[in-house]
Design a protein around this ligand. Sequence first.
Ligand code: HEC
Length: 185
Amino acid sequence: MRNSSLLAITVTLLVTSVASGAAEDNSKQPVAAKAIGQLGHEMRKKLTESLHKNGPAGAIDVCAKDAPAISNRIENELGVTIKRTSLQVRNPQNSPDAAELQLLGVLAAAHSAGEKLPQGVTVFPHNTRRFYKVIMMEQTCLKCHGDSTTMSEVVRKELATLYPEDKAVGYKEGDFRGIISATVK
Ligand code: HEC
C-alpha cells in the first residue's frame, strides 16, 4: 500500500459502518479521555518514583498491584471500566476481549506497515462507548519488557515466578505495546 494508509482504510470502513443510519455519537469521549489520562499519568508517576527508589525488581509491584487498584478506583469514581491490554500479555487477566483483539490486530498491522498510530483517545470501531489510547514501548519499559537474556537476573526470576505464562518480553523501544482500553457505562 504505497499511497494509501492501511489504518485509514480500515478505520474509514469501520467508521462508515458505524455512522450509517445514525450520526456518530462522541458524547462519551471526554469521560473516557479523563479515565485513560488518569491511569496513564498515575502509572507513569508511580513507576518512575519506584524505579528510582527501589530499582526494577522493587517496581514490579507497581505494575502488579497498583495498576489494578488505580483501575478499580477510576471505575468507581468515573463509571468507566478501564484496563491495559496487548497481543502479548504478561498477566492472562489482561487478555483482550474480542473487540480489543480485533482492534489490536489492525493497529499492529498498521504499525508494521510503517503507519503512524492514533495519538489521542480514539473511539473503537462499532462501539461509541468504547475508547482506546495506544501504548508504545519506551526505554524505561525495557527493564521489564525487553530482551529477557539481557534483563537483570533478579527481575527475570521474579517475573518467571509471578508470571509463568509471560509473553510481554522481547520488545524494543518504539514497538507497539498495546492499548489502554476504556468502556463507559
Ligand atoms: C518494574 C517492571 C516493569 C516496568 C519498568 C514496566 N512494566 Fe509493564 N508490566 C510489568 C508487570 C509486572 C506487569 C503485569 C501486571 C499485572 O499483573 O497486571 C506489566 C504489565 C503491563 C501491561 C498490561 C498488559 C500485560 O502484559 O499484562 C502493559 C500494557 C505494560 N505493562 C506496559 C508497560 C509500559 C508501556 C512500560 C514503560 C512505560 C512498562 N510496562 C514498564 C512490569 C513492568
